[in-house]
Ligand binder design. Structure first.
Ligand code: MN
Length: 340
């Protein structure tokens, strides 16, 4: 993959002129948030930068296997330290996010900082105004893949070591659902092919990310599918709504619900799947589509959400019960003309 050489040269100069770099990703970080941020962190560290990886909120425990994961600064745990680190930064790299507001409570410090800002992302409508350089590609598998290609073009593929590749690969395999969507491009396999040559442990990475459930998490899945799953075959939609009480009953941990929405799409006739999750900070929604229905447009129109065409999310403006009712009502309104 060849990126715009002018942008690469600008980024190269910004990196060479900088000393203290902050790499930050989005709130409720997923594998791609961690993979892209930590891979870039490793690359900048190898360029002898004083680099700090930062996240607005805690990440799932099982990503602790990523190289240098223990060094990540988490804003919801150490807000003052994060603010101080941003204030000292002379370069800020934003990975896997399209809008600064996705850094939640870090957004204000980031906006106030005079440091040049670099965006590396694959979501639609990137915020360009305060950025010195923007690398944005909505067709690419993941921010991690894009970050990989940026580093490759900056310093050559030999510069990529096992630590960087472990991070980038983790982001790619999570954001593509283990290479089942958003990966219909040669570039992602080329990138992975190069990463394999650094000696990464593909088997081990998949084990660390996907085979990490507790017994109660597996039983919770059974409960979701047996008791909570609602199927609306006439509009080819299915959803699961999980209350806080349900989560307490099964002792769920951070990240335990990430992949549950995907089960809704595993039914042959279902085209749209939704997970509604009650949290102490509001009602979270995850949308998935395997048809022509753009869930990011729907999420934005009715629930202040956004994301990708086939995978998007929102924090609902309504309470738990109302969110469920509104979801069904709005989907019927949008889809009734196509109902079969
Ligand atoms: Mn991503």
């Amino acid at each position: 993959m060849l990126l715009d050489e002018t942008k690469i040269e600008t980024l190269r100069r910004l990196i060479e002129q900088s000393e203290n770099v902050v790499v930050v990703s989005h709130v409720n970080p997923d594998g791609d948030a961690l993979g892209s941020a930590m891979g870039l962190r490793a690359a900048l560290a190898r360029r002898d930068k004083n680099v700090t990886a930062m996240l607005p909120s805690v990440y799932p425990d099982y990503f602790g296997f990523l190289p240098a994961a223990e060094s990540i600064l988490v804003d919801e745990k150490e807000h003052d330290r994060c603010v101080e680190t941003i204030a000292k930064a002379d370069l800020i790299v934003l990975a896997d996010l399209n809008q600064i507001k996705r850094t939640d409570k870090l957004a204000e410090s980031i906006r106030q900082s005079a440091a040049p800002k670099v965006l590396i992302d694959h979501h639609p409508n990137p915020e360009t105004e305060p950025m010195a350089v923007v690398f944005s590609d909505t067709d690419i598998s993941s921010a991690s893949e894009l970050a990989y290609w940026v580093v490759c073009q900056l310093y050559g593929s030999d510069f990529i070591n096992k630590s960087m590749a472990t991070c980038f690969y983790s982001g790619i395999c999570t954001d593509t659902g283990s290479f089942s969507f958003s990966c219909n491009h040669r570039s992602v396999y080329e990138a992975v092919g190069n990463m394999v040559e650094t000696g990464i442990d593909i088997n081990g990475i998949h084990d660390s990310i996907f085979n990490v459930f507790s017994e109660s998490r597996v039983r919770f899945l059974g409960y979701c599918l047996t008791d909570l799953l609602k199927v609306h075959s006439d509009i080819r939609m299915a959803y699961i709504a999980v209350s806080l009480d349900d989560q307490k009953r099964f002792n769920l941990e951070e990240g335990d619900m990430e992949s549950i929405v995907n089960y809704t799409l595993s039914m042959r006739h279902i085209r749209i799947g939704v997970l509604i999750k009650e949290t102490p900070r509001g009602v979270r929604m995850s949308f998935r589509s395997k048809g022509e229905f753009d869930v990011n447009v729907f999420a934005a129109k009715y629930f202040n959400g956004g994301g990708h065409r086939r995978a998007s999310g929102a924090t609902s403006p309504y309470d738990f019960a109302t969110t469920e009712a509104k979801l069904v009502e709005h989907l019927y309104n949008e889809l009734k003309t196509n109902a079969q």
